[in-house]
Write a protein that binds this ligand. Structure first.
Ligand code: PNS
Length: 165
């Protein structure tokens, strides 16, 4: 049996917490597709193509069984399109749990054949979020522990061009 999972998220931008989850999920599944949500209602700092390209650089060493794609619409439709039986999500702290439970139950209602699996983020990345990393970088703080190197570099360039988070 081929075990296929999708790992959906906004990834604006990918953090070390995301990468840690992707790395561990890549060891659990035969195929893992990182799904980058293209949400027209949000105004991300990095557009969809930039986010996909950055994640591809971050996961390049994980193997050919790991892919990165943009998607819009429902996560369960993205999962079905890939024949995935699993959705992967990371959990950092108890505060993540309530929203994640609601999403997992909604997704199960929509697609009972797709199970959500949770991986606990590594302890050292439990505090890391995309939004906080952007804020810290905007005010000149060191984000090297929070973001993969290509992401930290892209963020520094974006902010030096006058972008505001
Ligand atoms: O990185 P995020 O912002 O926590 O990811 C949230 C995401 C993209 C997984 C969630 O918003 C999502 O699944 N959006 C797609 C729309 C959808 O399927 N909604 C119903 C299930 S919650």
């Amino acid at each position: 049996m081929t075990r296929i999972a999708v790992f959906p998220g906004s990834f604006d931008p990918m953090t070390n917490a995301h990468l840690d989850v992707a790395t561990r999920a890549s060891g659990l599944f035969d195929r893992l597709v990182v799904g980058v949500l293209n949400n027209p209602k949000k105004r991300p700092l990095f557009d969809i193509d930039e986010r996909v390209a950055l994640i591809r650089r971050c996961v390049a060493d994980l193997g050919d069984h790991v892919g990165v794609e943009a998607f819009d619409g429902l996560t369960v439709d993205f999962a079905r399109a890939h024949g995935a039986g699993f959705i992967v999500r990371g959990l950092r702290a108890v505060s993540d749990f309530e929203a994640e439970l609601q999403m997992a139950l909604t997704n199960r209602k929509l697609a009972p054949e797709v199970d959500t699996t949770f991986l606990m983020t590594a302890l050292e990345y439990g505090y890391v979020s995309s939004s906080l990393a952007k804020e810290v970088a905007q005010f000149g703080g060191d984000v090297s522990a929070m973001l993969p190197a290509p992401v930290a570099q892209a963020l520094a360039e974006r902010l030096s061009n006058g972008a505001r988070v």
